[in-house]
Design a protein around this ligand. Structure first.
Ligand code: FE
Ligand code: MN
Length: 335
């Protein structure tokens, strides 16, 4: 077992951030700060009009919006709690902790975003904040993650043996790769697809900001996972790799069920089949990011999604609409 690595490093003083060793953690911190935003910067006025009007949104579109608010409203708190109560405890490296603190703040901003959305649309909080109990396709995703990350929540858990380091990696994959990297992405695609049609563009813009934050959370998580594996290569056995691939396949099925449930009928240029394909495309990207072979080989049905993640905040504010107008004539969505 590595003595001087990112975990189990008895020489680390968590209060001494300089000199730094893992510069990727520092870079993710800076990238997070560069994306700073708050939900109140985004006007909800048009969304309120769309929501109250009888002829802007179809019943199917309303369902899709509610299913996404229902999932994300509690999922953001679930990730924040997991992060602070468990991941933080086991990662003592100071530059990683600095990033985790930044991430925790961003999760608070995301939680605040859904408060803002519920307030401005006048939604019933009891309905929205109970959807993770009452809607089976949402509940199954949350339960899957809670079960996957159990050992992180065990106060006596230690990363002191090969088996326990594997368990730790397993849980980090559950948290970063599956929750933040797969379970968020059908929802992002749905709300951004609506925005591209000019519907609920305030919420759509907030989802863009959240997605940009989440893409850094995911990048940090993967760098953390890959570094632990690099420093403890004995854990990365063929059996364990197969186990990880199996978990990701299970997660893909749950996310596809959720997509079908949120979008059962299909609507103008959007249908559950495309979201399912997108989830498979995304899962392949996640597998590759942690050095595992891809499973699905699906092309990206929504090339505009990567564009939305890659844009810097300034570009997003001033240029996305221009880009969207430019590409509006060449939409290739079938149904
Ligand atoms: Fe978040
Ligand atoms: Mn996150």
């Amino acid at each position: 077992m590595t003595k001087q690595g990112i975990i189990n490093n008895s020489t680390v003083d968590p209060n001494k951030i300089l000199p730094m060793r893992y510069m990727w953690a520092r870079q993710h911190y800076k990238d997070g700060v560069a994306n700073n935003w708050t939900p109140e910067e985004v006007s909800m006025q048009q969304d309120v009009e769309h929501w109250k009007s009888n002829d802007v949104l179809s019943a199917n579109e309303r369902r899709l919006i509610l299913w996404n608010l229902g999932f994300f409203s509690t999922a953001e708190s679930l990730t924040a709690n997991n992060l602070i109560l468990s991941v933080y405890q086991h990662v003592t490296n100071p530059e990683c902790r600095q990033y985790i603190l930044r991430q925790a703040y961003e999760e608070a901003v995301h939680t605040d975003t859904f408060i803002y959305c519920c307030d401005s649309l006048g939604l019933d909080p009891d309905e929205i904040y109970n959807m993770y109990e009452t809607i089976p396709s949402i509940k199954e995703k949350d339960n899957f993650v809670v079960n996957l990350t159990k050992s992180l929540m065990d106060p006596y858990f230690k990363t002191d043996t090969t088996e326990n380091i594997q368990q730790f990696i397993h849980d980090l994959i559950g948290y970063y790769v599956i929750m933040e990297g797969i379970f968020f992405y059908a929802g992002f695609a749905m709300m951004l697809a609506l925005k591209r049609q000019g519907k609920m563009i305030g919420i759509g813009e907030q989802f863009e900001y959240i997605m940009r934050d989440e893409s850094i959370h995911l990048a940090f998580g993967c760098d953390l996972i890959n570094t632990i594996i690099e420093e403890n290569p004995e854990i990365w056995t063929e059996d364990f790799k197969q186990k990880v691939v199996g978990l990701i396949k299970e997660a893909v099925i749950l996310e596809q069920q959720y997509a079908h449930d949120a979008c059962p009928q299909g609507m103008l240029a959007i249908n559950a089949k495309q979201f399912s394909d997108y989830v498979e495309y995304i899962a392949d990207r996640r597998l590759e990011r942690i050095n595992l072979p891809k499973v699905y080989g699906k092309p990206n049905p929504f090339p505009w999604m990567s564009q939305a993640t890659d844009l810097s905040k300034e570009k997003n504010f001033f240029e996305t609409r221009v880009t969207e107008y430019q590409t509006a004539g060449s939409l290739e969505w079938g149904d």
